[in-house]
Design a protein around this ligand. Structure first.
Ligand code: MTE
Length: 310
């Protein structure tokens, strides 16, 4: 039996804010934040965000994509389908206060008070390549903690094999939920060994600051060897489960979006090639690398036919 000490940000369920109080605080904080927003800054929602303490532990070997692109060219369908919609419309998201319920097949379920977590967690900066299934890519300096540290805190039971993630599904904060483009709320999932891999991050920031709303504030996943849609934003629940969980894009179009969705230049999307990609800010297209250039994850898929498990 391995002993895992409680991390300092662990919050027992009984200490979580009772819901009525929490909802009320949310409303108050939301209106204050709106009143404080300067129009020029509200466009990206970046500058008014507090800096996060961090140390850089991983480089990408190339310069990061400018912040204006990282926070201005987004996929966050809860705020619309156009790449500029999230930056224009995500001001209605209220990322504080926020809780994440972590449970399912675990010994120690917990409700994470995200503001406390952000204040206490041992943040690292990791510069990762990020490849969208649509063929564009970026290099992003995330601020996060290995997702594995959270797994250790809740102590999954032996028969937990997958992790299921869910995004907030509040039409009042997310105008895009009125269009039935996906089966809301947005859901994603990983096999538990993928979730435990050291590259998998729970991110609270980028460029040394808290996440802009359009990038998935207050907490999102970052799985750099998989297509971007696996990196679910604005998470409200994390469940450990025994069987492969349904995921939004796989449910919407199972032929096009598999559960694994590992970056693989040899497995094309049915409607386009995945062999090349365009870094935002560049004109030329460059070859896409297997596992997005993170070969250390190959062992997770030893013996699997990656064409079948795409
Ligand atoms: N998470 C939610 N909840 N909703 C979304 O629409 N889009 C995904 C992923 N996570 C999405 C999401 C897709 S398709 C991509 S490419 C990345 O977020 C984009 O992340 P970024 O805007 O921070 O670059």
């Amino acid at each position: 039996m391995v002993y895992h000490p409680r991390p300092s940000w662990w919050l027992p369920e009984r200490e979580a804010t009772p819901e009525p109080l929490y909802l009320n605080r949310r409303a108050i904080v939301g209106s204050l934040a709106l009143a404080a927003a300067v129009p020029a800054v509200a466009a990206t929602g970046v500058d008014r965000l507090a800096k996060l303490a961090h140390r850089r532990t991983r480089e990408a070997g190339e310069p990061p994509t400018p912040l204006a692109d990282v926070a201005g060219y987004n996929n966050f369908y809860e705020f619309g389908l156009d790449k500029a919609d999230p930056a224009r419309r995500a001001g209605s998201l209220r990322p504080s206060p926020w809780t994440v319920a972590i449970g399912g097949l675990v010994k120690k379920p917990l409700i994470l008070d995200v503001d406390r977590f952000i204040a206490r967690a041992p943040w690292e900066e990791r510069v990762y390549r990020f490849r969208c299934v649509e063929g564009w890519s970026m290099v992003i300096p995330w601020v996060g903690v290995p997702f594995a540290s959270l797994i250790q805190a809740v102590e999954p039971l032996g028969h937990a094999r997958y992790v299921a993630f869910r995004t907030l599904g509040d039409p009042e904060q997310m105008p895009g939920l009125r269009s039935p483009v996906l089966d809301w709320p947005y859901r994603e999932g990983l096999r538990i060994d993928e979730a435990m891999h050291d590259l998998t991050l729970l991110a609270a920031g980028l460029y040394g600051r808290r996440l802009p709303n359009q990038n998935g504030a207050p907490l999102r996943l970052v799985v750099p060897w998989k297509y971007g849609f696996k990196s679910i934003k604005s998470i409200v629940s994390i469940d450990f489960v025994a069987t492969q969980p349904p995921t939004s894009w796989n449910v919407a179009s199972p032929r096009e979006y598999g559960f694994y969705s590992n970056v693989n230049p040899e497995v094309d999307h049915p409607r386009w090639s995945q062999a090349r990609e365009r870094r935002i800010g560049e004109f030329r297209r460059r070859p896409t690398l297997l596992f997005n250039g993170y070969p250390e994850v190959a062992g997770l898929y030893a013996g699997m036919d990656l064409r079948r498990f795409f």
